[in-house]
Design a protein around this ligand. Structure first.
Ligand code: NDP
Length: 434
């Protein structure tokens, strides 16, 4: 706390992991001797830089850019970029810390990082976004590379932004290094199924959890928060597997459509037009709108997928979900549930899937994109999707087994933290005190 004042989200993420791995750390004194915990909680490198840009009216703006290269024990740094006005070191560091563990769970050779800016893409023209991205990359380019650090998208950074960032990287370096960024357009080095991967992977993960209790998605009522990349493709896969998505949200409010949300309309509004979820009512007047996004958790459902942002489910929302008989809560966003909410789910026998395992399909598919880039190949949608499904199954079975080994059956939070920790910690010990 003294070292990292005011970084609430970072403290929250570190505390959750440290508490969870305590029994394991106590079993192996060598971790303490090697200073593993101290090293694991201190980023290897933190880069903070000025991002000046000019808007369409000729006014100068200055934003702050970040890249937190947290841990490279398992491979080059890898993690997304977030453009959102709430970005500050506490959020960047929590995301980079979590990414280290998530990447370990994918089984791919990737370390953990995160970056971004307090720039708000909302309401900006394409040219403004382009100029911002070019300015951002003009500093970032010297820190990244296929063998060093490979950024990707996150909140506010989608295909458009990755395109502008890649274009500027190529221009400055005079190299078409496809492996430097992931989430690229499929015609210029991107992977098919990357857009869908986080959402699809999340649903594949929950499918495995449901199988264990003899259940499927068929006929289930599902609530998904957000209406961005993760939310949309979670909803799409749920519907394909027979579930009914009855609510979605954005930062302004939520829509409830008991008949089942028409996803094509949402894609048209949010993905194609960058509009607001309230516009759904124009074409679906019988749906209900509420201007408090958090009210989405008051809707009775069998499965809840928080896919918007951190800390969107606190104890109050958790209690409501439990009282309404929720069966599964699976985190699509990073750290959307507070520790109190998670405790509430676990105490009430709600099956709970933690983000670092359940939403790892996106970064795992980014790693598949890197593999394709290094082989100068592009695989079919079906091939990537099949690999993604396998990866999610493996993550589920490995963290479940770890939980069982330590007599914590069904505690996937423990399973995910310990599986990932042991992998990263052992690699760090092999590589000496660095
Ligand atoms: P997007 O920018 O595509 O979408 C974010 C969505 O969440 C938007 O609909 C946004 O609404 C909504 N939102 C933001 N804040 C709130 C809020 N306070 N209340 C309700 N809705 C809100 O981002 P992604 O879908 O990519 O990311 C969502 C989450 O998933 C993040 O936590 C991210 O870190 C995580 N994640 C993403 C991965 C990926 O591959 N994209 C991989 C793994 C994790 P609005 O339109 O109003 O801004």
């Amino acid at each position: 706390v003294v070292k990292n004042p005011g970084e609430t989200e970072f403290h929250q993420a570190v505390r959750e992991v440290l508490e969870s791995i305590k029994p394991v750390v106590e079993l192996y004194p060598e971790f303490e001797k090697d200073g593993i915990l101290e090293r694991l909680t201190e980023p290897e490198r933190q880069i903070i830089f000025r991002v000046p840009w000019v808007d369409d009216q000729g006014n100068v703006h200055v934003n702050r850019g970040y890249r937190i290269e947290f841990n490279s024990a398992l491979g080059p740094y890898k993690g997304g970029l977030r453009f959102h006005p709430t970005v500050y070191p506490g959020i960047m560091k929590f995301l980079a810390f979590e990414q280290t563990f998530k990447n370990a769970l994918t089984g791919r050779p990737i370390g953990g990082a995160k970056g971004g800016s307090d720039f708000d893409p909302k309401g900006k023209s394409d040219s403004e976004v382009m100029r911002f991205c070019q300015s951002f990359m003009t500093e970032l380019y010297r820190h990244i590379g296929a063998q060093t650090d490979i950024p990707a998208g996150d909140i506010g950074v989608g295909n458009r932004e990755i395109g502008y960032l890649f274009g500027q990287y190529k221009r400055i370096t005079n190299r078409f290094e496809a492996g430097t960024l992931t989430g690229k357009g499929v015609d210029w080095g991107g992977s098919l199924a990357r857009t869908e991967a986080t959402g699809y992977g999340l649903v594949y993960f929950v499918e495995e959890m449901l199988k264990d209790v003899g259940e499927t998605f068929e006929g289930k009522k599902i609530v998904v928060s957000g209406s961005g990349n993760v939310a949309i493709y979670t909803a799409q896969k749920v519907v394909e597997l027979g579930g009914k998505v009855i609510a979605l949200s954005d930062s302004d409010g939520m829509v409830y459509d008991p008949e089942g949300i028409d996803l094509n309309s949402v894609i048209e509004i949010k993905e194609k037009r960058r509009g607001r979820i309230v516009e759904y009512l124009k074409t679906h007047p019988s749906a209900e709108y509420n201007d408090n996004s958090k009210n989405i958790w008051k809707i009775e459902c069998d499965i809840a997928f928080p896919c918007a942002t951190q800390n969107e489910i606190d104890i109050e929302e958790a209690k409501t979900l439990v009282n309404n008989g929720v069966l599964v809560v699976a985190e699509g966003a990073n750290m959307p549930c507070t520790p109190e909410a998670i405790e509430c789910f676990q105490k009430n026998n709600v099956m709970f899937a933690p983000a670092k395992a359940a939403n790892a399909g996106g970064v795992a598919t980014s790693a598949l994109e890197m593999t394709q880039n290094s082989m100068w190949e592009s695989w079919s949608f079906e091939e990537v999707d099949k690999k993604l499904r396998e990866i999610m199954k493996n993550i589920y079975s490995s963290i479940k087994t770890t939980a069982e080994e330590y007599k914590k059956d069904g505690d996937l939070v423990f399973g995910a933290n310990v599986t990932a920790f042991l992998k990263v910690a052992r690699a760090m010990m092999d590589q000496g005190i660095v």
